[in-house]
Design a protein around this ligand. Structure first.
Ligand SMILES: *[C@@H]1O[C@H](CO)[C@@H](O)[C@H](O)[C@H]1NC(C)=O
Length: 219
């Protein structure tokens, strides 16, 4: 199932290494930092389709588009960083101890940052096909799936998560979106991400920084 990694995927891996190094530097030197100066910020939808009501073709639904929130530094570098997490953009916005997330780390270093939400999740949640949601008791499953520890609230000794903070844990589990991790949904997300990349609206040199199930999609 693993195809040969394509250049974009490799770029993603390198960026993860760079991001870890930046994270280490930042935690060593907290305190006053270079301000973040933006030229502009905003958002837009991209991709998707318009489907027609079979019993009245005049009635349509615009659906399956992705959503992008963008932040452009005052003096932007050429390389854009598109941050794509399958479960929530929040994972890039802050550390769970409230510290600086990758979004601000890269903005501070003048990279244009794009927070991507694929079709059907987050701010792009109009689906062209039926979806279903049924409450499921998955907080404990989140803990293990995110590899915080072998069983709920049994933290691995070296996690960076603020393990003593019930508030932080609640934030993390609350931030998760409802996801549709089927192959069809991953293909849909990938197609929309490709359309976004080709649109020119994310810049010319683009690195997709993926995490969790979104890392399955760009292949
Ligand atoms: C759809 O719109 C066309 C053009 O306005 C109109 O002639 C037609 O009656 C409409 N169809 C329905 C089912 O409302």
């Amino acid at each position: 199932m693993l195809a040969a990694p394509n250049p974009r995927f490799l770029a993603g891996l390198c960026l993860v290494a760079l991001a870890s190094r930046i994270a280490a530097e930042d935690s060593e030197q907290r305190g006053p930092q270079k301000p973040i100066t933006l030229r502009q910020s905003g958002g837009f939808t991209i991709g998707g389709k318009i489907i027609h009501n079979p019993s009245n073709p005049n009635m349509t639904l615009s659906c399956d588009h992705g959503y992008v929130e963008y932040f452009t530094p005052w003096t932007p570098r050429k390389t854009s960083i598109v941050m794509w997490h399958s479960s929530s953009t929040q994972t890039f916005q802050n550390r769970w101890d409230g510290g600086e997330g990758f979004k601000d780390m890269f903005l501070r270093r003048d990279y244009p940052v794009y927070l991507w939400e694929g079709p059907r999740v987050g701010r792009a949640n109009w689906a062209c096909s039926p979806t279903s949601y049924a409450p499921d008791y998955r907080d404990q499953g989140n803990f293990v799936a995110w590899n915080f520890g072998p069983v709920f609230k049994e933290w691995w000794p070296d996690v960076q998560f603020p393990t003593a903070s019930e508030y932080a844990w609640q934030q993390a589990t609350n931030s998760r979106y409802v996801e549709y991790d089927s192959e069809a949904s991953l293909n849909l997300e990938t197609d929309a991400a490709a359309i976004a990349a080709d649109s020119g609206k994310l810049g010319e040199d683009i690195v997709y920084l993926t995490n969790s199930a979104s890392g399955c999609a760009p292949r």
